[in-house]
Design a protein around this ligand. Structure first.
Ligand code: EPU
Length: 420
C-alpha cells in the first residue's frame, strides 16, 4: 500500500496549475447517460474517482474513449445494463448520480444503496423521495435501490428538507427529461451544481435558477451531445492555499476561479495572508509570517466548505492563538483531529466543534488517512512538522487530488511516495 513520506519545515514557494473539479466531473459524466449522442467532457481531473465513474459507465455497456489529455468521449447508445453494482458503489458513493439519469432516460435503474462512510451516515432518502414525487416506483431490496417508472417521469414541486449537493444534481438531471416543469426549492447552490446545470443546458436542457436556492427545470423530450469543459477544482485550490499559508509560504495558483472561493479567501486574509487575484489565478503571500488562528463554521455554499474543514484545522494547529472549528454538514468529520494530536497538536473535541490551541510546530509521526480531505489535512500537518511524517492509506488522497506529491514537490516540499 502506498504511503507519503514528508520532511516538514519548508515554506511552499512557486506556481501550480489546478485540475478540473472532481465534484463537477462526476455528475457531468453521469449526465452523459441522458442522451444517445456523444458527449465530450474536457478538463477531467486525473483521479481515481474519475476512473471509477468511467468503469461504472463501462460496465453498463457505455462506450468511453479517453485521449492523451484525458478528454473523454462518452456514448451511451450501446448501454446494456441499467445498474450500478455494489462493488463500485462501495468504493465511490457518487455512483448514486446514475440513478436520476437512468430512470429518466430508460425508465428503470438499480443502484446499490451506499452505506455510511468515514464522515457520517450519509443517507440518500432525499434523492429517493424526490424521484418518487416525480412518479418513480422505488423499493430498497437486497441492498439495492430498485427504481422504475411507467412512461416518463412527471415534473414536480420538490422541497429539499436539507441542502444536498448530489441530491439536487440527481433530481435536476432526472427533471431535464421529465414531462412538464419541476421546481427544486432549498436546492444546493454549490458551483458544481451550476457547472452541471450549464452542461445540461449545453445538451439542450431548459434550466434556470442554478446557483440560487430555487432551480426551475422545464423537461424536454430529448437531449443531445455537446463538448463541455469541467470547471476548476475549488477544493484543490483552497487546499494548496491553506498549505502555503500554514508553511508561511508564497504561491500562485493558476487555472482556477477566485470568484467561487470568497469564504476561503476571506479566512486566509484573517490568517494574515496577502492575497491577490486575477481572472483565473490567486497569489498568496505570508511574507514569512506565522499564521493567526481563525474560527470557522462549515455550511453549504457560499459558506465555508466542509471539504476544507480538516485543512483549516491543520493550519490552526500551528497558528498564533486559539481557533474553533464547527462542522455542521456531516456528523463525524473529525477523524483527522486524533491523528494531529498524535503529532503534538492541542485540539479538544466538544460535540461538533473542535478547539485548536496553536503550537509552534508539530512533531512528525506515522499517521493514517481516513477519508479524502482528512488525508489532505494530514499532509499539511506533515508539512508544518519537525522531522518526518508518514501518511498511510493514501489511496484516499488519490481519489481527489491529482499528482499531489508532484505538485507539492514543485512548490519545494520534501515529499515522496513509497510503495510498501
Ligand atoms: N443528507 C441526507 N439525506 C440525503 C442526502 C443528504 O440526510 O438524501 C445529508 C447528509 O448526510 C449530509 C448533508 O445532508 O449530512 C449534506 O450532504 P450532501 O448530500 O450535500 O453530500 P453529498 O452530495 O453526498 C457532496 C460532495 C462531498 C461534499 C458534500 C457537501 C460530491 C460527489 N460529493 O456530497 O464531497 O462534502 O457534497 O458539500 O459532490 C469530497 O469531495 O471529499 C466530498 C465528500
Amino acid at each position: 500500500m502506498d504511503r507519503l513520506l514528508i520532511n516538514g519545515g519548508v515554506s511552499l514557494q512557486g506556481e501550480i496549475r489546478i485540475a478540473g473539479a472532481k465534484n463537477s466531473a462526476l455528475p457531468i459524466l453521469a449526465a452523459t447517460l441522458l442522451t444517445y449522442e456523444t458527449v465530450q467532457v474536457r478538463n477531467l481531473p486525473h483521479l481515481f474517482d474519475i476512473t471509477t465513474m468511467l468503469e461504472l459507465l463501462g460496465c453498463m455497456g457505455v462506450r468511453t474513449v479517453v485521449d492523451e489529455k484525458l478528454n473523454v468521449e462518452v456514448n451511451s447508445s450501446s448501454i446494456e445494463h441499467l445498474s450500478a453494482p455494489y462493488d463500485l458503489v462501495k468504493t465511490m458513493r457518487a455512483s448514486i448520480l446514475v440513478l436520476g439519469p437512468l430512470l429518466a432516460r430508460y425508465g428503470k435503474a438499480e443502484v446499490a444503496l451506499p452505506g455510511g462512510c468515514a464522515i457520517g451516515g450519509r443517507p440518500v432518502d432525499l434523492h429517493i423521495s424526490a424521484l418518487q414525487s416525480m412518479g418513480a416506483n422505488i423499493v430498497v431490496e437486497e441492498g439495492y435501490i430498485k427504481a422504475s417508472v411507467e412512461g416518463r417521469l412527471k415534473g414536480a414541486h420538490i422541497f429539499m428538507d436539507l441542502v444536498t449537493v448530489t441530491g439536487t444534481e440527481n433530481v435536476m438531471m432526472a427533471a431535464s427529461l421529465a414531462e412538464g416543469q419541476s421546481i427544486i426549492e432549498n436546492a444546493a447552490r454549490e458551483p458544481e451544481v451550476v457547472d452541471l446545470a450549464n452542461c445540461l443546458v449545453a445538451m439542450g436542457a431548459d434550466i434556470s435558477g442554478q446557483g440560487t436556492d430555487t432551480i426551475v427545470i422545464n423537461g424536454v423530450g430529448e437531449l443531445h451531445g455537446c463538448s463541455y469543459s469541467v470547471m476548476p477544482d475549488r477544493i484543490e485550490t483552497g487546499t494548496y492555499l491553506i498549505a502555503a499559508a500554514a508553511t508561511r509560504g508564497h504561491i500562485k495558483v493558476k487555472d482556477t476561479r477566485p470568484d467561487i472561493l470568497d469564504s476561503v479567501l476571506r479566512k486566509l486574509e484573517q490568517v494574515g495572508a496577502d492575497i491577490k487575484v486575477g481572472e483565473n489565478w490567486i497569489e498568496l503571500d505570508m511574507h514569512g509570517r506565522r499564521p493567526r488562528s481563525v474560527s470557522v463554521r462549515t455550511a453549504p455554499y457560499p459558506a465555508f466548505p466542509t471539504d476544507m474543514q480538516a485543512q483549516i484545522t491543520a493550519l490552526n494547529t500551528v497558528a498564533k492563538g486559539t481557533g474553533s472549528i464547527t462542522e455542521t454538514v456531516f456528523e463525524n468529520r473529525f477523524m483527522h483531529v486524533h491523528e494531529m494530536n498524535r503529532m503534538g497538536a492541542t485540539i479538544k473535541v466538544e460535540g461538533n466543534t473542535v478547539i485548536v490551541e496553536g503550537v509552534n510546530a508539530l512533531n512528525g509521526a506515522p499517521v493514517m488517512a481516513t477519508d479524502l480531505r482528512a488525508s489532505a489535512s494530514l499532509v499539511i500537518a506533515g508539512l508544518v512538522s519537525e522531522n518526518q511524517t508518514i501518511v498511510d492509506r493514501i489511496y484516499h488522497i488519490d481519489r481527489g487530488y491529482e499528482c499531489i506529491e508532484e505538485k507539492l514537490q514543485s512548490l519545494g516540499a520534501k515529499i515522496h511516495r513509497v510503495t510498501a
